[in-house]
Design a protein around this ligand. Structure first.
Ligand SMILES: [Ca+2]
Ligand SMILES: [Ca+2]
Length: 164
């Protein structure tokens, strides 16, 4: 039905025998090519964005797992274990992503620790998300973009742990 209607309108535009001219065909093909390239770019963009959001979720999950591990640690041992140079240390490798997590402990109030975990990681396009550009867990010159003397990332979690 639809096909017949299209056919009849084409026949009105192009009476039998007239057909398409070469230039018209060329124009149609070029327009189609532009549309196809546009759609393709859209898919690539969607895949890149999808990758970024998947990785951010993965990074958050890894940060949460680390936080749980810390929460399950005896309060009096948290600082010694998770400080720089401690038994476990203040950095950890990611399991499902290429990257590094950094644990920061604010012990201004010794009975209420503020634990922050920042995870810097690499996306498929080799871009690093987070301030730890070389993913080594160490703050180096040029990495502290916001000048707060710690490695930040969009994948960050903070929690309070009180002495019980
Ligand atoms: Ca670094
Ligand atoms: Ca920083």
């Amino acid at each position: 039905m639809l096909f017949r209607r299209i056919k009849s309108s084409v026949q009105t535009l192009y009476p039998r025998g007239a057909g398409f001219t070469f230039v018209e065909l060329l124009l149609a093909v070029s327009i189609l090519a532009v549309i196809v390239v546009g759609i393709e770019e859209m898919f690539i963009m969607a895949s890149v964005l999808g990758d970024i959001s998947t990785n951010t979720s993965k990074a958050i999950v890894e940060a949460r797992n680390k936080l749980q591990e810390i929460q399950n640690t005896n309060f009096d041992q948290i600082v010694t274990k998770y400080s720089q140079g401690g038994d476990i240390g203040n950095t950890f490798d990611l399991i499902n992503l290429r990257g590094k997590g950094v644990v920061t402990i604010d012990q201004t109030n010794p009975v209420l620790l503020i634990i922050t975990i920042d995870v810097s990681y690499m996306n498929k396009n080799n871009r690093v998300v987070g301030e730890d550009q070389n993913l080594d867990g160490i703050l180096e010159g040029g990495e502290d973009v916001n000048n707060n003397n710690k490695l930040d990332s969009v994948a960050t979690l903070t929690t309070y742990i009180a002495k019980r």
